[in-house]
Design a protein. Structure first.
Length: 308
């Protein structure tokens, strides 16, 4: 197996695990008493601990480096509360009030908000290719939320709201830790942000009622926190050693693809042709942006994973 092939399979496997995680969350929200607040708290805590342990094994001398200077410590807290929590909580709320496929696809609108932020922050118009990406993504969103019936919404307004908020959260998650990622290992920055972010949910997790779950339910919770977070992130990071970030960005489309297929097959989620076309339009923006990166090889961008 060549290095490129290995990288492709690692990236596909990581994104597939993320997609499976969304379906497991949908199962928990529809079949059990688990709430998004409880699941996010448990997921962030377990995944944060696992990532820090991973850091202790691979680079023990740097694990606590983010806490040595107060500026870095403040940025970790900012990333946790302004990037990690909005991204995670809004995504799971979108699944609860909608479903895993639409929540995962709507999250892919995140780059549109990044494009808008960069245009405003630098006081310049977006590139033509960015405008094209935004138009395609917005049309895809329109198809997704109306099912082609342009005079009504097929999704509940609250599901659309949380789906768009998941995209905003994804943009914040990408932009907030840029300075930290230039100095520290990505898994440590993410692990500490997860652990700090989980503290906001601990009162609900500890004091609130414990969900009554079967063995399958607890298995789904552990899957979301481990396979769907820790393993997915590890596979995604490993893929970056063999293939370009732009390539992994395109392969991230396997996340909504997995969520859609499994949600239809296992949970019998209704997902027709208009929603599929809308999803394809939104996912096409990832390919357009990756093509744009290849067209300008001198500009190097460090890409964050879609979700951990």
């Amino acid at each position: 197996m060549t290095d490129k092939t290995k990288g492709l399979w690692l990236a596909i496997s990581g994104c597939t695990c993320w997609g499976m995680s969304g379906v497991a969350a949908q199962y928990l929200f529809t079949k059990t008493t688990v709430t998004p607040m409880w699941l996010v708290g448990v997921r962030l805590f377990i995944a944060g601990i696992l990532l820090i342990i991973w850091g202790l094994v691979t680079s023990p001398k740097t694990v606590f480096g983010v806490w040595r200077h107060w500026q870095d410590a403040v940025m970790i807290v900012v990333f946790a509360f302004c990037g990690m929590i909005p991204s995670q909580f809004s995504y799971f709320m979108a699944i609860k009030y909608g479903n895993a496929p639409t929540a995962t696809i709507l999250q892919f609108l995140g780059p549109l908000f990044i494009i808008a932020y960069i245009a405003i922050a630098h006081w310049r118009l977006p590139r033509r290719i960015d405008v094209v990406s935004m138009a395609i993504a917005l049309f895809g969103t329109y198809l997704l939320v109306t099912k082609g019936q342009f005079d009504s919404l097929a999704l509940a307004p609250i599901a659309v709201f949380w789906g768009v908020m998941a995209a905003v959260g994804q943009a914040l998650y990408t932009l907030t830790p840029i300075r930290l990622l230039k100095q520290f290992d990505a898994k440590l920055v993410t692990g500490w942000a997860m652990l700090v972010g989980s503290l906001a949910f601990m009162p609900h997790v500890v004091i609130g009622p414990m969900p009554h779950l079967s063995a399958l339910g607890w298995g789904a919770v552990l899957f979301v926190a481990t396979i769907g977070t820790m393993l997915a992130y590890m596979l995604y990071l490993q893929s970056l050693k063999y293939i370009l970030p732009a390539t992994t960005g395109m392969l991230s489309s396997f996340e909504p693809l997995t969520a859609t297929v499994l949600s239809i097959l296992i949970l019998h989620t209704a997902f027709g042709l208009p929603e599929m076309l809308g999803g394809l339009f939104i996912l096409a923006t990832a390919f357009i942006q990756a093509w744009a990166v290849h067209r300008v090889p001198t500009v190097k961008k460090k890409r964050r994973p879609n979700r951990v």
